[in-house]
Every structure is written in structure tokens, then in C-alpha cells.
Design a protein around this ligand. Structure first.
Ligand SMILES: NC(=O)c1ccc[n+]([C@@H]2O[C@H](COP(=O)([O-])OP(=O)(O)OC[C@H]3O[C@@H](n4cnc5c(N)ncnc54)[C@H](O)[C@@H]3O)[C@@H](O)[C@H]2O)c1
Length: 346
């Protein structure tokens, strides 16, 4: 461990899917570090996403609170060295139903974080802002470079693009030590069953059909969650002068279709492929996401290590072995969206 030894890292959204996996990995990999999690515990953030041994550790502190709470965020920023900012409303379909909270949390919450960073001054060494590949939007095939013009296709993507622009603008004006990461799709344990891979897996476990939005030919670029954590730790370990103000994709560079994912899940579970069905496509559907990963390779020497088939099998096994985690969420995986005054469930 290099630069983060004995440092304190504030992780916003650390009780959610990516955040909790990152906290667990960080806790193990950097035994001298201190971790503070700020999380409001919305429907996707859960206290039990962090194991009891970490909760009870003197190296760990959980603060239940809101990134939009200026006083709280300013106070927390006084005593930390690094910030990794995951906290967000994260589900595309929910943003079609109620966009307000997405702009409030993702944009204005990030504004609060950045204002507090300015207040904290030089004591913060690095602020890693977690954006998303969704900022690119559609109308593109082949590997996406960071320089591609943004065309966000959903309210979620718009809110994340706005937040990222805000972070970049404050970096340009004030030179604050930001690094912007655009993860493509993550998968692994503890992802809410509203998201595609856990939804498919838990349906098959319950002997229910998989429902694919549209043709299923749309592709996404998938990274196993542990690989994201390693990439983020590589950013923490890289001197700020090398990554200051940089924007980097986090992905595998390979597109895998939703149809292929459904087939692997069904086959690995020993179920019949007639369990795969198709429903109406979701508004704002993006047909292709595939990362150009050269910037992350060059700046932090990071490449995801897990093969998709292997990571997916580990994920299937985790959901099979942890029904107590996801069963309480049943019934919340679908969201009702009004299209042309007709209500459709996605
Ligand atoms: N999951 C992916 O594949 C993916 C891909 C690209 C980018 N991202 C981004 O990564 C980040 C984490 O995504 P995730 O999948 O873990 O999402 P998630 O929904 O599982 O977790 C989000 C966490 O943020 C917390 N939160 C929400 N509003 C808050 C607020 N006002 N104050 C404090 N905490 C709040 C929630 O309680 C939750 O614990 C998000 O910024 C998301 O946009 C995710």
C-alpha cells in the first residue's frame, strides 16, 4: 500500500452495490486506512451490505445522512484525505417515472459535495467522482473514447452528465483534485434485483421466466465488481499529478448482448431456454455500450481481470446462496412508467 496508508477515505453511497463492494475490498487491501461511509440508506442502500466485522471495527465509521446536507458534508470533509463519491439515484427505469429526485440527488447532491470540498481546501488529496457510461448515450457503435460528445438518452443519464459537467467545471475554475470515472456496467453480489443481471438470476431461481426488454440484441460492457474496486484503488494509489482532472472509462472493452446473458444464466442453472421471453422495449434504450479502455490502462495501469463467464457464474452462485438478501426485495423489481398515457411496467 502506497499513498493511502493511514489515510481516511470518505465513501458516499458506501452501502449500495458498488460502494459496499468497494468498502469491503478497501478495508481488506489497506489495513491502515480509515473508512467513513456517508449513506442515506435509500431502497438500494442497506446497512447489512457491510459485514459485521467491518461495522464493529475502529477503522470504520458509518454516518447515515444525505449528501445534500451541506453542514454534515462540510463537517465530514474536514477530517478526510480522500473522497470516493458513489452516492446517487442509480436506476434508469425509476428515472423515467420520477426524474426530480435524480436531479436533486445526482446533480445538487454533487454540488453540495464539491462546495464542501472547496471549504475543506487543500486537506483533500483526491476526489474520485463516479460518473457512468450512460452519459454517452446512443447512436454509436464500437469502442467509445472519453472524447465522444455526450448524448444522454434518459433522465438518469442526463442527471449524471450534468453532475459530471459540474465537477469538471469546478476543477477548471478552482483546480480541485478531481478524477472522473465513467464505469460501464458492473455486476456481482449485492446488486438490487431491479437491475438486469440480478433480476434474470433471481427469476430463474424462482422458476419464473426471464423478460428481456425489446430484441435483447442491445449490448453492454460488463465488469465484475471486484475489478471495479481494484481500479478505484489504483486511482487512490496514483499520484494526483498523473490523474488530476482526468476522465477515464472503466470497462472491459467487450460488448455482450442481453440475449447472451440470459442464455448463460439459463444454461448455468440447468433450465430450459424457453424460459427466455421478450417484452416491450424501455424508452431511451441504448443499443450499444463498449468502452475504449486505453486511458485507464495508460494512467493507472488497470485492466479488469475477471472473465465474464466466470464472474457471472460467481454472481449466480452468490444469489443462489443468499436468498435472505434478495427475497425481501421481491415485488420492488419492476417500475411503472407512463408512455402515451398508458402505464407500462418495466
Ligand atoms: N451499477 C452500475 O453498473 C453502474 C455503472 C456505472 C455507474 N454507476 C454509478 O456508480 C454509483 C453507485 O451505483 P450503484 O449501482 O452502487 O447504486 P446503488 O443504487 O446500489 O447505490 C447507491 C447508494 O447511494 C445511496 N444514496 C442515494 N441517495 C443518497 C443521498 N442523497 N445521500 C447519501 N447517500 C445516498 C443509496 O442509499 C445507496 O446506498 C452511482 O453513482 C452510479 O451512477 C453504476
Amino acid at each position: 500500500m502506497k499513498h493511502t496508508a493511514k489515510k481516511t477515505i470518505l465513501v458516499t453511497g458506501g452501502m449500495g452495490f458498488i460502494g459496499s463492494n468497494f468498502v469491503e475490498a478497501l478495508y481488506k487491501a489497506k489495513p491502515e486506512s480509515h473508512i467513513v461511509v456517508l449513506d442515506i440508506l435509500n431502497y438500494a442502500g442497506r446497512f447489512e451490505n457491510i459485514p459485521p466485522n467491518i461495522h464493529s471495527s475502529p477503522r470504520f465509521r458509518f454516518v447515515r445522512g444525505d449528501i445534500r446536507d451541506q453542514g454534515l458534508v462540510e463537517q465530514l470533509m474536514q477530517n478526510v484525505d480522500y473522497v470516493v463519491h458513489f452516492a446517487a439515484e442509480s436506476h434508469v427505469t425509476r428515472s423515467l417515472q420520477n426524474s426530480h429526485v435524480f436531479y436533486d440527488v445526482n446533480l445538487m447532491g454533487t454540488h453540495t459535495m464539491i462546495r464542501a470540498l472547496l471549504q475543506a481546501g487543500r486537506s483533500i488529496e483526491k476526489f474520485i467522482h463516479i460518473s457512468t457510461c450512460e452519459v454517452y448515450g446512443d447512436a454509436y457503435t464500437g469502442p467509445i473514447q472519453e472524447t465522444l460528445a455526450q448524448r444522454p438518452a434518459t433522465p438518469y443519464a442526463g442527471s449524471k452528465a450534468a453532475a459530471e459537467t459540474l465537477v469538471y467545471a469546478f476543477y477548471k475554475s478552482f483546480g480541485i483534485p478531481v478524477v472522473i470515472v465513467r464505469p460501464f456496467n458492473g455486476y456481482g453480489p449485492r446488486e438490487h434485483i431491479e437491475k438486469v443481471i440480478p433480476r434474470f438470476i433471481t427469476n430463474i431461481i424462482q422458476n419464473k421466466p426471464i423478460e428481456i426488454h425489446g430484441t435483447g440484441k442491445q449490448t453492454r460492457d460488463w465488469t465484475y465488481i471486484d475489478d471495479f474496486s481494484h481500479g478505484l484503488m489504483a486511482i487512490l494509489d496514483t499520484p494526483i499529478k498523473k490523474v488530476h482532472g482526468e476522465i477515464m472509462n472503466f470497462g472491459s472493452g467487450k460488448g455482450i448482448s442481453i440475449n447472451d446473458i440470459a442464455s448463460i444464466i439459463v444454461d448455468h442453472s440447468g433450465t430450459n431456454r424457453n424460459m427466455i421471453t421478450h417484452i416491450a422495449d424501455r424508452p431511451g434504450q441504448v443499443y450499444s455500450f463498449e468502452a475504449d479502455t486505453a486511458v485507464a490502462q495508460k494512467l493507472i495501469g488497470w485492466n479488469p481481470a475477471t472473465k465474464f463467464q466466470d464472474g457471472l457464474k460467481q454472481t449466480i452462485d452468490w444469489y443462489r446462496n443468499n436468498p435472505g438478501w434478495w427475497m425481501p426485495l421481491l415485488g420492488t423489481e419492476k417500475v411503472e412508467v407512463a408512455i402515451d398515457h398508458t402505464k407500462v411496467q418495466f
